[in-house]
Design a protein around this ligand. Structure first.
Ligand SMILES: [Ca+2]
Ligand SMILES: [Ca+2]
Ligand SMILES: [Ca+2]
Ligand SMILES: [Ca+2]
Length: 358
């Protein structure tokens, strides 16, 4: 790889954060009235105060979907990102557990090639956990919160609070990855495929064209029936970045509170659907509530909506699940599918309703 392309790949990170404000807990009192179910097995809908659901969760129709399903613990979204703080009360019971692995005994009990991989693997550190080794960036926890935060501690509620998330750390402490990391990226994708993920959330983009290593890994995911959700990118221009641009990746653009395209969101013919990504509310490590912006935070709504569809009907093929989502999306912008919004704003309620077989 030449110096020029290496330079391109060095910026690659995500940097989804156009705008980030961290609020103290008291500043968001109106979001803290979600009564927790307290248990680890399922969310009690009766205890969720509708006024405590954050705007983006409501905007994608999640509360309507929850009348049909809040998610199945059998459905797993692998989050290849900067690592998850699974000690946050809202996330601790949402983590996928590798039932065939005994944690901390120094043995690869399930023989999958990873020792003590209880909740996933930290590919950045090559160790079993995001909370050991190098410090994590907040990005991955924020993504996880949007997908699966449970209203256990009166904080945030994700779109699919009863599914499970697999923690595959790939981005470094600065939320970046580098030109030497493609093999690592592919390994994380293969881990998700081999260990039962139904969906992979890739809130990551780069400004160059990745090597065949990544393309092949994403093709393997597709061939294995794993849905991959990616992002358009945050340059505010007409170009969907890789890996969102691959045909096997569902590219998501970001909308704002007025259902307009967020100023930072890339767009282009490869956009499949859109979701809120401007000043959306989720969790920081340690469970603090914050607002974040980026196409990185639009994609998790889509991953979680797909997870709800599969929770409702596990018999759907990946393509059928995706069709439920795209066909029920609310058209935005010019009539019909367009470069800014794709098929439109996802509607989890209608998508889940349409997921019944027969
Ligand atoms: Ca193992
Ligand atoms: Ca072990
Ligand atoms: Ca680590
Ligand atoms: Ca349109």
């Amino acid at each position: 790889m030449g110096a020029k392309s290496r330079a391109l790949f060095t910026v690659l990170g995500i940097l989804a954060i156009v705008l980030v404000a961290v609020f103290g807990a008291t500043a968001v009192g109106d979001r803290r009235d979600v009564a927790g179910a307290g248990g680890a097995t399922s969310v009690s809908l009766a205890t969720i105060d509708p006024s405590a659901i954050s705007w983006s969760i409501e905007r994608v129709g999640a509360p309507a979907a929850w009348n049909m399903t809040t998610g199945s613990s059998e459905i797993v979204v692998a989050i290849i990102d900067s690592g998850i703080d699974g000690t946050a009360p809202d996330l601790s019971s949402a983590l996928w557990i590798n039932l065939d692995e005994i944690a901390g005994n120094g043995i690869d009990d399930d023989g999958n090639g990873y020792v003590d991989d209880l909740h996933g693997w930290d590919f950045r550190d090559n160790d079993p956990g995001s909370l050991v080794g190098t410090p994590i960036h907040w990005h991955g926890t924020f993504v996880a919160g949007l997908i699966a935060a449970r209203p256990d501690s009166n904080q945030a509620t994700g779109v699919a609070p009863d599914i499970r998330v697999m923690d595959l750390r790939f981005l470094d402490t600065r939320n970046q990855f580098y030109g030497r990391d493609w093999e690592m990226f592919a390994e994380a994708i293969d881990y998700a495929i081999d260990n039962g993920a139904d969906i992979i959330n890739l809130s990551v983009y780069c400004n160059g064209v990745p090597p065949a290593t990544l393309e092949q890994a994403l093709r393997r995911a597709h061939d294995a029936g794993v849905l991959v959700v990616g992002i358009a990118g945050n340059n505010g221009c007409n170009r969907v970045c890789y890996p969102g641009r691959y045909p096997w990746v569902i590219a998501v653009s970001a909308t704002d509170r007025e259902n307009g395209l967020a100023s930072f969101s890339n767009y282009g013919a490869d956009v499949a659907v859109c979701a809120p990504g401007d000043a959306v509310i989720s969790l920081y490590p340690d469970g603090e509530i914050a607002a974040g912006s980026g196409t990185s935070f639009a994609a998790p709504h889509v991953s979680a909506a797909l997870a709800l569809i599969l929770s409702r009907n596990a018999g759907l093929s990946p393509q059928e699940a995706l069709a439920c989502l795209m066909d029920s999306a609310t058209d935005l912008g010019i009539a019909g599918s367009d470069a800014e919004f794709g098929s439109g704003l996802i509607n989890a309620g209608q998508a889940v309703a349409s997921a019944i077989s027969g």
